[in-house]
Design a protein around this ligand. Structure first.
Ligand code: ADP
Ligand code: MG
Length: 339
């Protein structure tokens, strides 16, 4: 859909929809970036659309039933060290939704996807009362039978891939040349499936044979082929934009036997983005988006147990800027986050 990922968001802070108090009637919000004499942008922490049935509430997204379809709403929640933090990043859900839309558009020649529309007026009537909240941060998608596997592609050695390689010399049963450093580029991108974790638990890497047991050989091979094709196209694009796509996770589903790319795609929440100019193998790389958050949480000595702490205003602002920067670099567009 032409232009659906353009960030046509109001940049006028005096626009009526920007004047909100801490509760818009449809969701819990809190002030994110108070600035002297200016209206602060609010973070949308949780939605509460009483006309609609909640399908699932994830760490970041609230998903509602919309007839035979689903309405996926990206809030401004942010997680770190497996916990949703006490403070949101204003506009994050909008940036990530627009980024997903950009990628769906770019990658649809490889595989069809679940997107029906990102325009609230195309949504079922029950959702219309919430259209101000839904604008720019939601998608109406086809409800698919999801495959119970996270389809991960890795181009670099990081995270659980690095851990497994260090311990066994292989990742998900794939032998990798010895002597590689942490964060080093792999000789070629690899497909490393994982089981979907229950809430709060870590995903677990599985072998391709294990995946075959879960979804069958034909589907497993198709999902591997699609995952690597999507990764290769996206990583090439990102690299030309100055961002290394270290790894990313896709989720696929099927409708009437047709495989669809579902969920979110190639956002900082589902991927490791690295700044190409700061890539130094031999150690862990700074996370593109969450580095300020992680440093802050380490500095205040949080024990990584609930309740998760709040973030400082500075960290919120720096983090928001990183999301905006990733969006700008990858799409060539800028976003005005207001409303
Ligand atoms: N088209 C679809 N049909 C059915 N389920 C989907 C579709 N796209 C995504 N999902 C599921 O919706 C949920 C989205 O929730 P999310 O906020 O990502 O939660 P999580 O914390 O589990 O990542 C996931 O369980 C995902 O598998
Ligand atoms: Mg998810």
């Amino acid at each position: 859909m032409q232009g659906q990922y353009s960030c046509a968001w109001a940049s006028d802070p005096t626009a009526p929809h920007a004047v909100r108090d801490t509760q818009d009637g449809h969701g819990r919000q809190h002030t994110g970036l108070p600035q002297e004499g200016r209206l602060a942008l609010k973070a949308l922490i949780e939605t509460d659309f009483s006309n609609l049935t909640l399908f699932a509430r994830g760490k970041v997204r609230d998903v509602y039933v919309a007839g035979d379809n689903l309405l996926m709403v990206a809030t401004d929640r942010i997680s770190a060290f497996d916990h949703v933090l006490g403070t949101g990043i204003p506009g994050k859900g909008k940036i990530l939704t627009q980024l997903s839309l950009f990628w769906f558009d770019q990658l649809s020649y490889i595989v069809p996807n679940h997107l029906l529309s990102a325009s609230p007026l195309d949504y079922p009537e029950e959702a219309w009362p919430y259209r101000e909240t839904l604008r720019d941060r939601s998608m109406l998608v086809r409800r698919a039978e999801m495959y119970p596997v996270e389809c991960v592609a890795r181009g670099y050695l990081a995270g659980s891939g690095w851990k497994d390689y260090k311990a066994t010399g292989s990742i998900c049963g794939i032998d990798i040349r010895p002597g590689l450093w942490e964060s080093e580029r792999l000789p070629e991108p690899i497909f490393t499936p994982a089981t979907k974790s229950q809430q709060g638990a870590h995903d677990e890497n599985i072998s391709f044979d294990h995946m075959v047991e879960l979804v069958g050989g034909e589907v497993a091979e198709k999902l591997r082929e699609l995952t690597l094709a999507l990764y290769s196209q996206a990583a090439g694009h990102a690299e030309r934009c100055g961002i290394l796509l270290a790894d990313t996770k896709f989720e696929f589903g099927a409708i009437d036997g047709t495989i669809l790319l579902a969920d979110e795609v190639l956002t900082p929440d589902s991927s490791r983005f690295w700044d190409a100019t700061r890539h130094h193998p031999g150690r862990a790389q700074a996370s593109y988006d969450k580095q300020f958050v992680r440093d802050y949480l380490e500095n205040i000595g949080w024990n990584k147990q609930a309740p998760a702490p709040h973030l400082s205003e500075l960290v919120v602002k720096q983090t928001q800027e990183k999301y905006l920067e990733a969006f700008r670099l990858l799409t060539g567009r800028t976003c005005a986050l207001q409303g």
